[in-house]
Design a protein around this ligand. Sequence first.
Ligand SMILES: Cc1cc2nc3c(=O)[nH]c(=O)nc-3n(C[C@H](O)[C@H](O)[C@H](O)COP(=O)(O)OP(=O)(O)OC[C@H]3O[C@@H](n4cnc5c(N)ncnc54)[C@H](O)[C@@H]3O)c2cc1C
Length: 289
Amino acid sequence: MSTPPLNSVDVFVAGGGPSGLATAIAARRHGLSVLVADGAVPPIDKACGEGLMPDGVDALHKLGITIPQGEAQPFRGIRFVSGNNQAEAEFPRGTAYGIRRTTLHRIMVEHAEASGVSLRWQAAVTGLHPEGALVAGDPVRARWVVGADGAHSRMRHWASLDAHQRKHVRFAFRRHYYVAPWTDFMELHWGERCQLYVTAVGPAEICVAMISDSPKLRLEDALGGFPELSERLSDAKHASSERGAITVSRRLRRVYRERVVMVGDASGGVDAITGEGLFVSPHPPRLLG
Ligand SMILES: Cc1cc2nc3c(=O)[nH]c(=O)nc-3n(C[C@H](O)[C@H](O)[C@H](O)COP(=O)(O)OP(=O)(O)OC[C@H]3O[C@@H](n4cnc5c(N)ncnc54)[C@H](O)[C@@H]3O)c2cc1C
């Protein structure tokens, strides 16, 4: 992976998750020089329902990214399940994919590198600077600074963009299971204490994500309230460890100030149950046009 000197770029992106990488690729397509810094090591995992909706697939295509066959599991719609009741709808157009976060991240990183984006991993962004930003305390000069550092963005705070109109917090856990998918729909199971969503991410693997108001409710306990799903998973081996996340709904009063612009979850967000975060991420900010 490329390790450029930290000096001067057109666009500096804090955070190399889906929205940071999408923004970086879009900026490169406009001929701008781009540096992305992320504190983590790729491929970056995250608790997620792992459903990439048709609009998200389209947005990736516009950035020149196609999900290779075999890297993801297509699905054709959403099914809501509540006790004995079910309702389902197919997408009016396009295909959606269930895709492991680590797979999506690897594909986006490869594309960013091929596009000429400079990437720095294990490089924490530590603040703003009058002419750009600070990476591990060192200044990087940039015409634009993009805050793509996720829902708990520090960049948002440094740029005094924290003011928001509403905030609702819920708690999530996800785990993967080795089991053949039983449907080509993404399933949303509604229970009294929580919702579970089930996404096939391969021919023999599914992702189960649980979202609730309680920080104490864990996935295995929650499954007890969904006997049919529990039965399907009873003999399935775990394909990953349980990973938690907080999902925050908030609308920022503004998403840019001077040279700093927020994108992705850092720019606000909707509850994870909507399955929309990854769709929003691949849309680059209009500022760069
Ligand atoms: C339980 C759950 C289920 C979800 N299910 C779906 C779904 O099915 N479909 C969907 O489309 N969306 C879903 N989402 C939403 C989706 O996960 C997010 O919208 C998406 O990850 C946002 O991407 P991002 O790049 O903005 O932020 P992130 O993915 O959070 O990336 C932020 C990056 O910034 C880096 N970073 C943070 N601070 C710093 C720093 N100071 N310096 C350097 N780097 C930093 C982090 O290491 C990280 O790589 C779900 C979310 C949750 C919580």
